[in-house]
Design a protein around this ligand. Structure first.
Ligand code: SF4
Length: 292
């Protein structure tokens, strides 16, 4: 082998290692920041990490395991997979992966696939019923194992997509929260990947060679409206890098006085004869008090 070829092989490997380390650090930093910013995990928590076999949940588990090693608080991680009995689901993949990791885990077996097929009217998408059933089973299981938190693998792109889905098709300014209490009040759901970009997670998944289980085993197509929004955001990312991050930031910097929801801001309070609170934070300044 020629010396030049050998050198370029070494430098490729060095670059790969350098880029991988940098990406790993960035993802861990973003997850650590989300956990701290939203008080996602506290001392003594038992966190049930929902693992579907997709890149996002693998990445979430991988990063949480790594953060736990040096975390200032002691918490437990339990991986849980719901085997929905979809045709062709490779039953051994997750148990083998999780056993090798040495993390405690459970696989719940529930044939929601048949129920979903029975309950979904012909021509309608199966996802709404499927997600509701899955959520119910996972939340119930969290109670059973005494989990204090349920971690889901939604990332920043999911959050922005949901924002546009709700705006375009639901007429509401609403995205996905980093932390929420379930409707029945029994579970706290957290989204540790809240600050992470999907492209970074995909790359991390390739680097770590996660054993991905295809997400189309049920035969259903991903929601077409979500697909359209995904491709719109992809175009924006190419056209103007940083725009999607900026939208994600805007969800965290809401100025109710400059929107139109009277339930969030008391517009009747505005009166030129009174001392008003003038919010100039949206102009980059500190809020000030001023008399009109
Ligand atoms: S894609 Fe399939 S498994 Fe996923 S939510 Fe829809 S029906 Fe369920």
């Amino acid at each position: 082998m020629q010396k030049d070829t050998l050198n370029s092989g070494f430098s490729d490997k060095r670059k790969f290692r350098y880029d991988s380390n940098k990406l790993g650090k960035r993802l861990r930093r973003q997850v650590g920041r989300a956990i701290a910013d939203y008080s996602m995990i506290q001392e003594g928590d038992r966190v049930m990490v929902c693992v579907s076999g997709g890149k996002d949940s693998y990445a979430m588990l991988d990063i949480l395991l790594s953060l736990r090693r040096n975390a200032p608080v002691d918490f437990e991680l339990v991986a849980v997979n719901l085997d929905q009995k979809q045709p062709g689901f490779p039953e051994d993949v997750l148990p083998t992966y999780l056993s090798n990791l040495g993390v405690s885990y459970h696989v719940i077996e529930e044939d929601t696939y048949s129920i979903v097929k029975d309950l979904t009217p012909v021509g309608k998408t199966t996802c709404p019923i499927c997600s509701r059933l899955r959520r119910g089973i996972l939340y119930g299981f969290a109670d059973k194992i005494g989990a204090t938190k349920i971690a889901l693998g939604h990332h920043s792109d999911d959050v922005v997509e949901t924002l546009f889905l709700n705006m375009f098709f639901g007429g509401r300014l609403k995205a996905m929260p980093p932390k929420l209490k379930s409707d029945d009040g029994r579970n706290i759901v957290i989204r540790p990947l809240y600050y992470c970009r999907e492209a970074d997670i995909s790359r991390w998944s390739e680097i770590k060679e996660f054993p991905i289980i295809p997400c189309n085993l049920c035969g259903s197509q991903e929601n077409l409206q979500r697909q359209a929004i995904k491709s719109m955001l992809k175009d924006w990312d190419k056209l103007q890098p940083g725009r999607v991050e900026s939208i994600a930031r805007s969800i965290r910097k809401v100025v109710p006085s400059h929107l139109g929801d009277a339930a969030m801001f008391d517009f009747s309070r505005l009166d030129i004869s009174k001392l008003d609170f003038v919010d100039i934070t949206d102009l980059g300044g500190e809020p000030i008090k001023s008399s009109s």
